[in-house]
Design a protein around this ligand. Structure first.
Ligand code: H2P
Length: 825
């Protein structure tokens, strides 16, 4: 362990002591879960020393700090990752082995903290890892949901949601910090008061409030002793008030306060790219934003006093529009508590807040009904009204007589508060998450804003952390990379991976590379056998699509194509066919009916195909239950082909695509999101690209779509597959089970165009790409080269690169170094 204080014997003693004090047991009697706790507390010991050292260094250097505000942090398990970043994984594994404990088994005891849905939340987690590793002061700010993302069970092919009680055994890594609690107020009314100088004061009355209690979670940087903090907030009823109420016999009010507190942090909304517009969600947003900003200001003032200097030391990055009330909350504090005038407060706010857009999906655009918003956040609403009034004035001044512009750009319009508009107007930076996405924002979605304030717009292509998604997920490959490069530098500088290109023509190296892939496929096959009871052949092509289930991500296209292949094999048993295993993993939002139908369809197709002995196991379909960070790590390492098949223009970036690439799986995908940049890096010959371009899609959309019957009527293979949705083939004779999917492909329904996501339109070109991939795989040497080329070209897609760009262009943070010699432990 890099921690100078670490000694194997001390560590072992700590583990033993922990087992004793926590559970009154000997190591030999402890359950794996108890051992996980004991080991984690021993690791935490070491982390705490560096955490303290980091705080001291920050105290001394006084660096500028980014507060990364996010409703979601999809962390995944901490133990293994912490050990990797402490450069202690192998030592600890060894120490535990000597005690008869298997670290892998222990790691499997940790619940996945799933405080996020998909890419957006996982990105936030990768960013924290990179910020710590690069030595930048940062806080992640979020919510300590009592229940994270639900656990998915598949029953009879259907998704069933079970609560994720991730805290039931306690969380060894977190720290409760009641000394930093903040009160957050909701509702009531605003009374205007004038003081003796005639100055106006706004006083919130008759409100309900809760106490926000922070829980700090260490974010360990790689090998640099930096430990940053993820601060997630829990809610508690305000005790004094409660007692007081009891005294007055106001039992009801006290119970209400309790309930308010309990409800706010109860559960993560399981919607991905879709906003349900529930009042509780707005409460959650204001709750964590208000607490985080109050805490940031308290911290700043303690050190600096002069609030006008805030932008020099603090920046708030809003991860999507979810935390956008931050803008108004900061204004409220500056106006009402710091007593600044509007202009000064606005000047500070617009130098402190920046916004990241993650999607152009219309259903993800956050708009709140004004009546709900103003009732819940009366003072915040007043402030937004004033921001809007001044902004609309500006629009009118710049575009005289153009009321169309005002309609399109105002923050308050048609009875709604438009959060993206607020974020753009108040933010000093607006960024998209991949080149193509940022261009679409500038030229389509946010065109009016781009024209008015082009200087705010910039691109920050997403990235992922190689520490988790290569080192931890794929230790065999990680070691091989280190050996071939002759250095470990890639761990903190992923551009070094390009050195692997030297081995592209080395037969021996290619063989080793593919042997590692094979071992990882065996590992995944064992997992599938254990969890699905399905036998899959690691020699078959593992073709993988794992991500949230969403129509635009087009899992339906994938499974329809599998149905097509199955028809082909049945019809032409003699045709040349390389055995394939199609692997899916996806959660659907609980209320997203069509997404759930698609899950059922995948499982039904799996059932039919996997049980058809006549095809000799040429084709298998597996739906991995409860896709989450921990099993994702196994899956990425084992994939041969990475399916990234969203309708072009719809996937802002994607980050799974990068994880597959890093682990040596070529992309089979559309020119969408970061796929475009992946192809730029790896070359078009090392990917399988198909389908409409973003421009073509947008063009069709602007002209009312296309007619899927043209395809259905003219392509018998496609027609057959579509008909199989309603002829009972995959539904035990039930012709209605998939009628809705069938209709969605062929018929306009209410507001929705037939085949909105161009599945039939792209089908042929997808099938061609699939065929090309299979041909390529048959040529083992060529394939190995292609796979290695993907790993060798993944350098750009490190979150370290992304974060450095945020630092250089948006945040302007100071780099902090902890000198090992000065550590006091
Ligand atoms: C979203 C986008 C992805 C993007 C990610 C991170 C919202 O993720 O759709 O394209 O890569 O943010 O910027 P997801 O759909 O997985 O929740």
């Amino acid at each position: 362990m890099y921690n100078p204080r670490f000694e194997k014997d001390v560590f072992k003693r700590d583990v033993r002591n922990n087992v004793k004090t926590l559970f009154r047991k000997e190591v030999e009697e402890a359950t794996p879960q108890q051992l996980f706790q004991a080991v984690s507390y021993a690791v935490k010991e070491a982390i705490i020393d560096d955490w303290l050292a980091t705080q001291k260094q920050y105290e001394k250097d006084d660096p500028k700090t980014v507060y990364y505000m996010s409703m979601e942090f999809l962390l995944g398990r901490a133990l293994g990752n912490n050990l990797i970043n402490m450069t202690a994984y192998k030592e600890v594994k060894e120490a535990l082995e000597e005690m008869g404990i298997d670290l892998n088994v222990i790691e499997d005891q940790e619940p996945d903290p799933a405080l996020g849905n998909g890419g957006l939340g996982r990105l936030a987690a990768c960013f924290l890892d990179s910020l710590a590793t690069l030595g930048y002061a940062s806080y992640g700010c979020g919510i300590r949901y009592r229940y994270g993302m639900f656990k998915q069970k598949i029953r009879d092919g259907y998704q069933v949601e079970a609560p994720d009680n991730w805290l039931k055994d306690g969380n060894p890594f977190e720290l409760r910090r009641p000394e930093y609690a903040k009160e957050v107020r909701f509702g009531g009314n605003i009374r205007v008061e004038y003081d003796e100088t005639g100055k106006t004061h706004f006083v919130q009355e008759n409100y309900e409030s809760v106490m926000a209690i922070p829980y700090d979670y260490p974010i360990v940087g790689y090998g640099n002793h930096i430990v940053n903090t993820l601060r997630i907030w829990d809610a508690e009823a305000i005790v004094d008030f409660q007692l007081d109420s009891f005294d007055r016999g106001d039992y009801h009010k006290a119970v209400e306060q309790e309930n308010l507190a309990k409800n706010i942090v109860e559960v993560l909304y399981p919607n991905d790219n879709h906003i349900a517009g529930k009042e509780l969600r707005l409460k959650q947003q204001y709750f964590f934003v208000s607490a985080s900003i109050q805490a940031a200001i308290t911290k700043f003032k303690k050190k600096h006093g002069d609030i006008s200097k805030l932008p020099e030391k603090v920046t708030f990055q809003m991860n999507d529009t979810h935390p956008t009330v931050a803008v108004a909350e900061l204004m409220r504090i500056l106006l009402d508590e710091e007593n600044l005038g509007w202009n000064e407060a606005w000047d500070i706010t617009t130098k402190c807040c920046a916004y990241t857009n993650h999607t152009i999906m219309a259903e993800a655009l956050e708009k709140w009904p004004i009546n709900l918003f103003s009732r819940l956040l009366p003072r915040i609403y007043q402030i937004i009204q004033e921001i809007d009034r001044r902004f609309v004035e500006q629009v009118r001044a710049q575009y005289p007589g153009n009321e169309e512009k005002v309609k399109k750009m105002a923050i308050l319009m048609d009875g709604q508060v438009k959060m993206a508009h607020l974020a753009i107007v108040a933010g000093y930076s607006v960024n998209g998450v991949a080149k193509l996405h940022t261009e679409i924002l500038k030229n389509q979605e946010l065109k009016d804003f781009y024209q008015m304030m082009p200087e705010k717009f910039n691109n920050k292509t997403n990235g992922i952390t190689q520490r988790r998604f290569l080192m931890h997920a794929n230790p065999l490959l990680a070691d091989w990379v280190t050996e071939k490069l002759g250095t470990k530098e890639w761990i903190t500088d992923l551009s070094k991976m390009s050195g692997l290109k030297e081995w592209l023509d080395d037969e021996e190296a290619l063989k080793e590379f593919m042997t590692i892939k094979f071992k990882n496929k065996e590992r995944l096959a064992a997992y599938i056998k254990e969890h699905n009871g399905v036998e899959v052949d690691p020699r078959s092509i593992f073709d993988v699509q794992v991500k949230r289930l969403h129509e635009y991500k087009r899992q339906l296209l994938n499974i329809l194509h599998v149905m097509y292949l199955y028809n082909q094999i049945k019809e032409h048993p003699e045709m040349s066919f390389y055995p394939k295993t199609y692997i899916f993993g996806a959660k659907a939002s609980a209320g997203y009916i069509r997404a759930k139908e698609i899950i059922k369809l995948i499982n039904s197709v799996a059932d039919v195909i996997n049980n058809d002995r006549s095809i000799n196991g040429k084709l298998k379909v597996v739906f991995i239950e409860d896709y989450r960070v921990s099993n994702a790590e196994l899956i990425f390492a084992a994939a041969d082909i990475s399916e990234q098949i969203s309708t072009a223009s719809k996937e802002a970036s994607g980050t799974g695509n990068m994880k597959f690439m890093m682990n040596g799986a070529p992309t089979l995908g559309t020119m969408d999101g970061a796929n475009v940049e992946i192809v730029d890096e790896v070359g078009i010959d090392n990917a399988f690209i198909f389908g409409l371009s973003a421009d073509e899609v947008i063009n069709y959309e602007q002209n009312g779509g296309y007619n899927p019957y043209d395809i259905y009527n003219n392509d018998p293979d496609i027609r057959r597959v579509v008909d199989q949705l309603v002829d009972g083939t995959y539904a035990n004779g039930d012709k209605e089970m998939y009628r809705d999917l069938y209709n969605s492909l062929l018929n306009n329904q209410g507001g929705a165009r037939a085949d909105m996501y161009f599945i039939l339109k792209d089908f042929r070109s997808y099938a061609d790409a699939q065929a090309r991939a299979m041909e390529a795989y048959k040529d083992t040497d060529k394939w190995a080269k292609m796979a290695l080329k993907n790993t060798a070209c993944c350098g750009k897609f490190s979150a370290d690169r992304t974060i450095q760009e945020y630092v250089d262009d948006i945040w302007h943070l100071d780099h902090v170094v902890i000198n090992e010699d000065e550590l006091e432990y």
